[in-house]
Design a binder for this molecule. Structure first.
Ligand SMILES: [Zn+2]
Length: 341
């Protein structure tokens, strides 16, 4: 770990020390439902429970005692820079209902901000899912692909990358399907889409390596895969800036956040650094577009097998697996679309 990371480490853990566990989720929801009814009632007593302190009111209702109203700031140092040192301050919300609620334009970011991906208190890193990358960040099918796709089977476990807190865990009808968004102490958010099952709930604290969902094919998805995004103040960046998905390790504990990271479809910085004439490519990206006409899909019929589909479409099973993030042994669901080329 670098010296910088140690010096700037934050001790926010105590702030979130009451950690709920899944078995008491329903109790929590039940209690929350009573909050509005309990408003303006006379408090009679407080009781310590598994979920924290509960206030009992004179009208026989109760509410969870919430001594602080969480404002969503996990990294005060970064937040201070983002809100104070810009001409137009960037905002950050804590919203359990909306994926990205702000209109931050980070292509206008003036500063270069040093971000410690792992600090002294939050040192762990876990791959969200160890698998083959089936689609990278960039321009795809006539639009920008804001994340990276990792092949998996339905039911495979997806893990929290770093320590943090669940901001969003529900079905998203904008295409993500079942989606879990985690906000981390480093100031980043991670998105995990197309899940078959959610294993966490909003406002829950998570540790790096905790199971947060099961892989799936929900939402706008052609075959089971994990769509994984990394966002900073709601704006996506190439996850390969931080994670080496082939070696399955974190590239560096330090991330320099600057406006260049937020060009849509941007290749990771080291891609440009490795180019012989690097500088021009870095300032003027030309993502290779895939024309929609080059893509071909096949709708799976009952009884279809991958081998038959491959033969009929003059391709191979391994090519189909690569394009769709599936394994030769994957069970095909009738009605689902498979990408052929
Ligand atoms: Zn994707």
């Amino acid at each position: 770990m670098s010296e910088q990371c140690k010096r700037n480490s934050l001790s926010l853990i105590s702030l979130f020390s009451f950690s709920l566990n899944r078995s008491i989720l329903h109790t929590f929801i039940f209690i929350t439902c009573f909050c509005s009814q309990a408003f303006a009632q006379r408090a009679l007593d407080t009781v310590d429970t598994e979920v924290g302190k509960v206030i009992l009111y004179s009208n026989k209702t109760w509410a969870l005692y919430n001594p602080f109203q969480f404002d969503g700031v996990m990294n005060p140092r970064i937040h201070k820079i983002m809100t104070n040192e810009q001409d137009s301050p960037y905002s950050l919300t804590w919203n359990n209902e909306v994926c990205f609620g702000t209109k931050n334009d980070l292509s206008k970011l003036k500063d270069t901000i040093w971000l410690c991906v792992n600090d002294e208190q939050n040192q762990e890193f876990t791959m969200p899912r160890k698998g083959i990358v089936t689609s990278r960040y960039g321009f795809r099918s006539g639009r920008y692909h804001n994340g990276i796709d990792i092949g998996l089977n339905v039911g495979d476990t997806v893990y929290a990358t770093w320590n943090g807190k669940v901001r969003y865990a529900k079905f998203n009808d904008g295409g993500f399907g079942n989606l879990v968004i985690l906000r981390h102490f480093n100031g980043l958010e991670t998105y995990h889409a197309h899940l078959s099952k959610l294993l966490v709930y909003p406002d829950q604290n998570v540790k790096s390596g905790d199971p947060i969902g099961l892989g799936g094919n929900t939402g706008h998805s052609f075959g089971p895969h994990l769509h994984f995004e990394i966002r900073f103040y709601d704006v996506p960046m190439n996850p390969e800036e931080i994670i080496d998905f082939d070696k399955k390790i974190m590239k560096d504990e330090n991330l320099m956040v600057h406006k260049g990271l937020f060009r849509p479809g941007a290749k990771p910085t080291d891609y440009y650094e490795n180019q012989p004439d690097g500088t021009i490519a870095a300032t003027n990206p030309t993502p290779a577009p895939v024309r929609t006409s080059q893509l071909k899909y096949y709708r799976v019929k009952p009884g279809d097998s991958l081998t038959e589909i491959a033969d009929r479409n003059k391709t191979t099973v391994s090519k189909l697996c690569e394009l769709n993030g599936i394994k030769p042994s994957s069970v095909l669901q009738a009605g689902k679309s498979l990408r052929i080329k």
